[in-house]
Design a protein around this ligand. Structure first.
Ligand SMILES: [Zn+2]
Length: 365
């Protein structure tokens, strides 16, 4: 699990470093394009000594990250354009950077420098996490330090600590511990917004358009608030592992119909909030395939489309009867349990591989 905290900093040595770093980065990109390769080793062979010679004050560990970022970015754009980001940047790793108790120690073209930074209040909870990597970005002549905090996620071996969460249809969420979160209030307020929006849209005047924009913002904030409250309540439950359906390919599975009034995005948002907040508490979130979760019997596993009728579930085989969303949440929980074997495999540390640099790529260069 990772969190990135952005802090504004002032440092002349870093400003000089970022200029030279960026020039050297562009040199690697040019060489990669010329040789038509994103291969790290080839780029290294073609650029390492020329860069050391041209920019002798860039520490060699930084020259290596220049080559790494260049090679990764060339690979990402498949050598079709020069991947030159809009803002200058430096990537730091554990050889060139450390952060502990508010103190940053960082390599520059003028030697290793130390200075203190203050974490914003909301980020104080990360101060005991690992921070071995970061980036420095120059945006509008202002330096920003991105501290990347890292924490290992707990592994689970007790299957009783699973809870399945079903989103959509009759309720916003139903959990396999028999708790229901109905969407009546949300639906009625969203309904009001929809009525007002339709009225404004049909009028079409300029002031109506302005009003419509405001209304859309207000509606979005309202749903966001509901999702915040709801996810907070759910992750507080005494479970270590929260199982959700993976909604990425939801359209493929016609068995699951979301309430049209609420719109798909609010379910995605709820899922994202649950994941974010659960991880913050050191808990795990598993996503499972949503196929058949609403038509399978959670007691005998018999799956049939007609098992479900509206909000009721009645198994055609064993006669088991239950609220349909609750039945689905139990299926989701058991899918999570069966997936856990894969989760316990130790995951490699991807901290350094995923440091994102600005995604905007200037094609004109
Ligand atoms: Zn059954």
């Amino acid at each position: 699990m990772q969190r990135t905290i952005r802090i504004q900093i002032e440092n002349q040595d870093l400003k000089e470093t970022i200029d030279q770093y960026f020039q050297a980065y562009c040199l690697c990109i040019d060489k990669g394009m010329e040789l038509h390769t994103s291969n790290k080793k080839k780029i290294h062979n073609a650029t390492y000594y020329p860069i050391r010679k041209m920019y002798p004050s860039i520490p060699s560990a930084l020259v290596q990250t220049i080559r790494d970022v260049a090679s990764e970015n060339l690979y990402t754009v498949k050598l079709k354009v020069k991947p030159i980001p809009k803002n200058k940047f430096i990537r730091y790793d554990k050889r060139t950077f450390s952060y502990k108790n508010g103190q940053v120690s960082i390599s520059t073209t003028n030697g290793r420098k130390k200075f203190n930074v203050t974490l914003p209040k909301f980020a104080e909870k990360y101060k005991d996490w690992n921070c071995k990597a970061g980036t420095v970005v120059l945006r509008n002549d202002q330096l920003w330090l991105n501290l990347i905090f890292d924490k290992e996620t707990k592994t689970i071996d007790n299957p009783d600590t699973f809870i399945g969460i079903d989103r959509g249809i009759n309720n916003i969420a139903v959990c396999s511990d028999n708790s229901f979160y109905n969407s009546n209030r949300l639906k009625s307020i969203k309904g009001k917004y929809q009525y007002l929006k339709a009225k404004l849209q049909s009028s079409g005047t300029r002031s109506a358009k302005r009003h419509l924009k405001k209304l859309k913002g207000r509606e979005k904030r309202f749903v966001r608030d509901v999702n915040h409250c709801l996810s907070k309540q759910i992750v507080k439950k005494p479970y270590d592992c929260f199982v959700l359906e993976d909604l990425k390919n939801i359209k493929k599975y016609k068995g699951k119909r979301f309430n049209k009034k609420l719109g798909n995005w609010s379910y995605y948002q709820l899922g994202n909030f649950i994941q974010y907040k659960a991880e913050e508490l050191g808990k795990t979130v598993i996503k499972v395939n949503p196929k058949h979760t609403s038509q399978k019997c959670s007691k005998c596993e018999h799956s049939e489309k007609t098992n479900r009728k509206g909000s009721r579930f009645k198994c055609k085989k064993c006669g088991f009867e239950l609220n349909a969303d609750l039945n689905a949440s139990r299926n989701i929980a058991s899918l999570g349990k069966s997936q856990i074997g894969r989760l316990n495999v130790i995951q490699p540390n991807v901290a350094l591989a995923t440091i994102a640099i600005s995604p905007q790529i200037n094609v004109d260069r």
